[in-house]
Write a protein that binds this ligand. Sequence first.
Ligand SMILES: Nc1ncnc2c1ncn2[C@@H]1O[C@H](COP(=O)(O)OP(=O)(O)OP(=O)(O)O)[C@@H](O)[C@H]1O
Ligand SMILES: [Mg+2]
Length: 243
Amino acid sequence: MKAVEVVNLVKVYGGGIPAIDNLTFAVEPGEIYGLIGPNGAGKTTTLRIVATLIKPTSGSVRVLGFDVVDQAEYIRRMISYLPEEAGVYGNLTGYEYLRFIADIYAKSGDESESMIEEALEISGLGSRIKDRVKSYSRGMRRRLQVARTLMVKPKLAILDEPTSGLDVYHAHYIRRCIRRYVDEYGLTVLISSHNMLEIEYLCDRILLIHRGRSIDDGPPRILKEKYSSNNMEEVFLKAVGLT
Ligand SMILES: Nc1ncnc2c1ncn2[C@@H]1O[C@H](COP(=O)(O)OP(=O)(O)OP(=O)(O)O)[C@@H](O)[C@H]1O
Ligand SMILES: [Mg+2]
């Protein structure tokens, strides 16, 4: 069974040109699969459909064997979704926010405690975890959000530009955390990013997406060979015919 199976997906928002235009791809269990493409390519739309937040116009999307339209409630129990722009309740402290989420997912007090402990480590917030979230910088809020997405150890983590707004040091640290979670807990990760370095470092396979269509997909190393390129940026530009 595929972790995610997207077949001939089309999404039209209110009558315009399709945001997603006949997209097909599959994500194997335990892999980190990346979507890359320019602004407006359809990355967020695809992730929101997989996360069961919006419905496809046509085509089929299955997550862990379940259909996103007919069986969304099963899917929601097994995934954890980090939106592109995630709001947090600013009046809670970072710690209270993590506790709130952990108590929803954990089956016992002990499990909740250990989730929070791991999230504290991932977030790297240290003693600032006791401060109200509204006093955090953008990057600190993002780290808190990534931490809460991973700490629940979903079968599938859907991460929409997880490191956007993070400095080099914290972005690197978060990438290591994502990789460690995949290796230790066998999660599957579907991620979108503009950061070609990130995609290359993190992803087992990537999908190049442009104007809602798939341009190519494969492991970064194979794509670099195929397009005789030294890095993913060059691969992308060559693949969409911009150079
Ligand atoms: N709620 C919406 N209503 C109407 N059109 C939308 C909506 N959300 C996205 N779109 C359109 O769908 C297309 C794909 O947008 P999407 O947000 O999926 O792109 P993206 O690849 O995530 O871009 P970015 O890199 O800027 O995050 C764009 O043309 C966008 O204008
Ligand atoms: Mg987006």
